[in-house]
Design a protein around this ligand. Structure first.
Ligand code: 5AD
Ligand code: SF4
Length: 480
């Protein structure tokens, strides 16, 4: 289930779990088939499109059928322990498969590759190939090494790699919505998070290649792009962290300006972005969002905790008051903006009082959606080195359930508020429920289902919401 199409009956939104991706027709086939399975965040799914692009250029065809694969690559996630466990189980399956088909190449990509490096080859003997997030250009060589009877590893992290010149093949495309990666890595060092170790230093991609990619997608019929980065608010081109100009000969671009550049590609192209960081989200970004109708009124603003004391321990760089100020600013510029968040329960030293602070913050914001997690200690992170994982499992679980309950009530309330209102919806495809129904999202990112009529995906249509559950809005097309 995608992170964007959330809120089925499941309110704990985990990382996406192993989806095989496929696309049509290679350039000149080398006769080999690639089975590529992705886990985790949107960035990983976007990276898989780079991986596919690199290998399709070499003549590989992608397949969704693991039985016919010559090369199996799993693009993995390390964010929580259970994400890694799932991949290990999957790798054990492929190890068995290799017993019957010794020529099968099995590789691990992404965050687990970077975190575990050669362990997966040597100690666990689960794979032939390990490639970190900055090593995807090297994949053809690495596969050749494996085919020559060796094990292959490239886990070098780069300060420059943005894959700016690689045009991603759109896997599993609906032809309407696509991701564009605008930066890589993260420099924030939140104390619970493994990402700075697995994805390396933050670097921004050349803005002109981003605008070009958006334009190309639009020309192919796409009508929505999501700009991706771990912390999009710190996107900067030709600017230092302090905001000083690096090269006076070249133009500078910050995130607000990048948003504007992409918004100007075409008023019919919707823009979304993820993820925003409360410490860096500026009023300039909010004003730009308010100025352009095609920049969607939706912000994912992870809070993690409502307690300033815990936020400090998490090294998030903001207090509860600061976060509330950012929420107030969003509401000031865009009263109808939807806001979602990430929450961790049971972080080191979290008391019941801290937990109550999280619940009261949720009451203040009344999020449209939330992704909610129990704290999972990750090796080498600041928290693992400095603090004890001292909240008992039962307390973590109890608090998580309370957070989920509250969120469900807020989601239902938000959906009920939408009933009777008319929204512009971008149609993304046929509903899973029935072939006679379409689904799409409004600017606020809520999924709305409505009767098909003569409509098609890629069109904008006005829909009145007639009823809802906590998960979905049901609507009817408004004829003007
Ligand atoms: N334990 C639990 N949740 C975590 N996240 C990141 N690291 C951890 C961890 N160690 C959550 C945060 C982040 C989201 C992507 O995953 O809420 O925003
Ligand atoms: Fe992890 Fe924090 Fe960076 Fe997000 S901002 S990827 S939570 S370190």
């Amino acid at each position: 289930m995608s992170n964007t199409a959330l809120f089925g009956d499941k309110t704990i939104i985990e990382e996406r779990q192993g989806e095989a991706m496929e696309m049509e027709g290679p350039v000149a086939s080398n006769g080999k088939k690639l089975f590529l399975e992705s886990y985790g965040c949107q960035m990983n799914f976007s990276d898989s499109e780079i991986v596919a692009s690199v290998l399709i250029r070499e003549g590989y065809t992608t397949t969704k059928n693991e039985d016919e694969a010559d090369v199996v690559l799993l693009n993995t996630c390390s964010i929580r322990e259970n994400a890694e466990q799932r991949v290990r189980n999957r790798l054990t399956e492929f190890k068995k498969r290799k017993e019957n088909k010794p020529s099968l190449v099995v590789g691990v990509l992404g965050c687990m590759a970077e975190r575990l490096k050669t362990n997966l080859l040597e100690e666990e003997k689960l794979v032939d190939l390990v490639a970190g997030p900055d090593a995807y250009r090297d994949l053809p060589n690495l596969i050749t090494e494996v085919e020559g009877g060796q094990k292959a590893v490239n886990v070098l992290l780069s300060r420059e790699e943005t894959y700016a010149d690689i045009s991603p093949v759109r896997l599993d495309q609906n032809g309407v919505t696509a991701f564009i990666s605008i930066m890589r890595g993260c420099d924030n060092m939140c104390s619970f998070c493994v990402v700075p170790f697995t994805r390396g230093r933050e670097r921004s991609r050349d803005p002109h290649t981003i605008v070009e990619e958006a334009q190309e997608l639009f020309d192919k019929g796409y009508r929505e792009v999501t700009l991706l980065g771990q912390n999009v608010d710190s996107y900067r081109w030709n600017l230092t962290k302090k905001g000083e100009i690096e090269n006076p000969e070249k133009p500078t671009v910050n995130f607000a300006q990048l948003l504007e550049m992409v918004a100007l590609v075409d008023p019919e192209l919707r823009i979304r972005f993820s993820t925003s960081h409360p410490k860096d989200m500026t009023d300039e970004v909010l004003m730009t969002m308010a100025k352009y109708k095609n920049i969607c009124e939706y912000i994912h603003l992870p809070v993690q905790s409502g307690s300033t004391r815990v936020l400090e321990k998490m090294n998030r760089g903001y207090s509860r008051e600061w976060y509330i100020d950012r929420i107030d600013a969003i509401r000031k510029y865009m009263p109808n903006c939807a806001i979602s968040t990430d929450i961790i329960t049971g972080f080191c030293t979290e008391t019941d009082e801290d937990h109550q602070d999280t619940l009261s913050l949720m009451d203040y914001v009344q999020y449209e959606y939330a992704y909610m997690f129990k704290y999972s200690e990750r090796p080498k992170t600041l928290a693992e080195r400095k603090y004890e994982d001292d909240v008992p499992e039962e307390a973590k679980q109890k608090r998580l359930l309370e957070v989920i309950d509250k969120q469900q009530a807020h989601s239902l309330m938000r959906n009920e508020q939408a009933v009777g209102k008319v929204y512009e919806v971008l149609i993304e495809g046929t509903s899973k429920r029935s072939d006679d129904q379409l689904f799409g999202r409004n600017s606020q990112n809520a999924v709305i289902i409505f009767p098909k009529g003569d409509l098609q995906k890629g069109q904008y249509v006005n829909v009145r919401v007639v009823s809802c559950t906590a998960a979905t809005l049901l609507g009817e097309v408004v004829v003007d």
